[in-house]
Design a protein. Sequence first.
Length: 273
Amino acid sequence: MARIFNMDTRGFLLPKPSFLQGNRLKGLAKPLIERERAANIEVTAPVRMISVIIPAHNEERYLRHTLESLQQQNYGWFEVIVVANGCTDRTREVARGRCQRLIVLSQKGLGVARNLGARMARGKLLLFLDADTVLEPMALRVIAESFTKSHAAGTVHGRPDAARPAYRLIYSLKNFLHRWSLHPGSSGVILCWKEHFVRVGGFDEALQVRENSELFKRLLRFGGYKYIGDVSATTSMRRYDRCGVGRVVWLWCKVWAESFLSDLRQKNYETVR
């Protein structure tokens, strides 16, 4: 059963939150040990509650696959929180019954959505997952084993959802930069401890570009950056398909340069759906 919260953009619960019956996630409410013994899986991963937070703005096309990939995880101690923000499509209907908590915002806002999801999270480890990103079945288990208290921020190996050589080259470069901490970034997945996230104040809600890098910069005072290369997150390349590889690469290079010279809080980020 997914618990539905209707919220305004300031993060307050609106009167009389509704509850909606839906399809139960596969054993999500069962204790970890019971689930894994039933599946005849050796219990080796630390018992860490992971809160998977998915901000979703008009994501009916991709969200189902993202949520289904979480239902296939062989690590059971996690919750899924979907924050539907400013949606005019069927995003909410897709999320119902496929997550434990569904938060509905009337207005679009990535930073607001992520921060609200984190505020509602019960887990000590936060995993911010893009709505168009699919995790491998072993992902949460490997993350629970690999992301330790010595780490403050991290991501996993990124992979494009199309086999075009240009896309492979882009992600090879991104993974190289992340692996060697030349650029602590993300590939559809952001990992951090809730304690640290709260202490730094979460995402800067005024930023629409480079908001992930800005968060990492503040988090890394608590520990190291962790790139987990043993599992992959497959991300949609729809922006590259729609806008063209050259234009998108030029945009990111331009934004990177501008981040040293100006305040990016006034810079808009084009929505591609």
